[in-house]
Design a protein around this ligand. Structure first.
Ligand code: 7TS
Length: 414
């Protein structure tokens, strides 16, 4: 495939690291535009996983033998690397490895929320939350008698910050907001939201699943008390997520899962907990995944997060402009020059699933459905949207292929 050099990135060179992008279906090379669901993994990260299992594999924290020591050091260092990547100055003590963003959300909701919330307390979310936070806080609210409130989304896809200032009150114990919406592509003013939360002594929890992969993130500049993200959306493996938490908060919190590895001392009567972050990592942890995620971070930083952000924004703006040329295509969310690298849309009365299936005939991989934001889709008045999402290896030519395939679908359904 012809690949042009974007003014932000040398995409042709990057694509060499992703052999999966050479795959063909029915004679067409795959155009992978489902990166908001999961990203591809470069050879450099695959090699780290393979090398780990070939050369180092052992359980961590327990063994006195060489292999266990090597694995332990690499695994612990990976925590420092991830902490540094998102600006957590406390290092590994502020960086818990989980399974994914969803588990990071559950960790805070159950380890903190279940113990701290009660009747009269409020948790403020946004109408553009992913089910990972929305469903989780709903359940904890039910168990504790607390109430969940939602900051509205405006018609053009932004958070209504005036409403936020009204909704967040001294009854608010925690505000949980997506940094970047996986459906609208909106980048939320998280630092501003954090200030409002803190003015009312509420904690501020950011779901960064769609932000950490594509922009520089500094949890301390944002003022986040907790910040969650997933490895598999940022060139890392599946099965690992991260939870940044301010050290004092994590120290005060009860564990989330109990068992081996997270204890200091156990008697038949009682137990005490290991130091941070191990107190929150019960059982054999995500060793290979953690080490590989640190390698993914090296890969991303070699490219440069500002450049990745610019590349994605350029692709999204181009896709937005091309899509809005069709008068029967509705695009959701902010204008093309003010969004991250994803575009959700519908074509006339064609169901998003049918559209996705026709695009698949052209080997164009997009997502169709509610993207785990059903209440937001209710608000948009649609059951489903089609979504194209871009990453470091995508090109303008691939956006052109997307548009050609959509045009084909339009004519088929006309
Ligand atoms: N939060 C946001 C903003 C997300 O986009 C996702 C995943 C999650 C949380 C959950 O991440 P997980 O790693 O725990 O699954 N979003 C999507 C998506 O948009 N399509 O597939 C998964």
């Amino acid at each position: 495939m012809e690949t042009q050099q974007s003014d932000a990135l040398d995409v042709a060179a990057i694509r060499e690291d992703f052999p999966i992008l050479q795959r063909e279906f029915s004679g067409s090379q795959v155009v992978y535009l489902d990166n908001a669901a999961t990203s591809q993994t470069p050879d450099q990260v695959v090699d780290v996983i393979a090398d780990y299992y070939r050369e180092t594999n052992a359980n961590v924290h327990r063994g006195l033998h060489h292999l266990s020591q090597e694995a332990s050091i690499a695994y612990e260092d990976a925590h420092d690397r991830l902490a540094e990547f998102v600006g957590a100055s406390g290092g590994r003590e502020e960086m818990v490895f989980t399974k994914n963003t969803t588990e990071s959300e559950n960790l805070v909701a159950f380890a903190w929320g279940l113990n701290e919330l009660g009747p009269g307390d409020e948790v403020v979310l946004t109408e553009m939350e992913h089910h990972a936070s929305l469903v989780t806080w709903q359940q904890v609210a039910k168990k504790t008698g607390a109430e969940v409130k939602y900051i509205p989304v405006t018609d053009d896809g932004y958070l209504d910050m005036d409403a936020a200032a009204e909704l967040i009150t001294d009854d608010t114990q925690l505000v949980n907001a997506v940094h970047v919406s996986n459906t609208l592509g909106t980048v939320n003013p998280v630092a501003e939201l954090g200030d409002i939360a803190h003015d009312h002594d509420a904690l501020f929890f950011v779901d960064g699943a769609q932000a950490v992969p594509n922009r520089p993130v500094d949890v301390e500049d944002i003022g986040a008390d907790f910040y969650a993200f997933s490895g598999h959306k940022m060139l890392g493996p599946t099965g690992i997520g991260c939870l940044y938490g301010r050290k004092e908060l994590l120290e005060d919190m009860e564990p989330y899962l109990y068992g081996g590895m997270m204890i200091e001392r156990v008697t038949f009567e009682d137990s005490t907990w290991a130091e941070l972050p191990w107190k929150f990592e019960a059982g054999t942890p995500v060793i290979a995944q953690g080490i590989a995620l640190a390698a993914a971070v090296d890969y991303l930083e070699d490219i440069g997060m500002e450049r990745i952000q610019r590349h994605e924004e350029q692709l999204a703006e181009y896709a937005y402009d091309r899509l809005t040329e069709f008068d029967d295509v509705e695009v959701y969310g902010p204008p093309g020059d003010d969004r991250v690298g994803l575009v959700s849309f519908n074509v006339g009365s064609v169901h998003a699933h049918d559209l996705s299936s026709i695009l698949n005939d052209h080997a164009v991989a997009i997502r169709a459905g509610d993207h785990c934001t059903q209440p937001l889709h209710d608000k948009l008045g649609v059951a489903a949207t089609a979504r194209a999402s871009f990453y470091v290896y995508n090109t303008r030519e691939e956006v052109d292929k997307l548009i050609e395939a959509i045009d084909d679908a339009r004519q088929l359904f006309a």
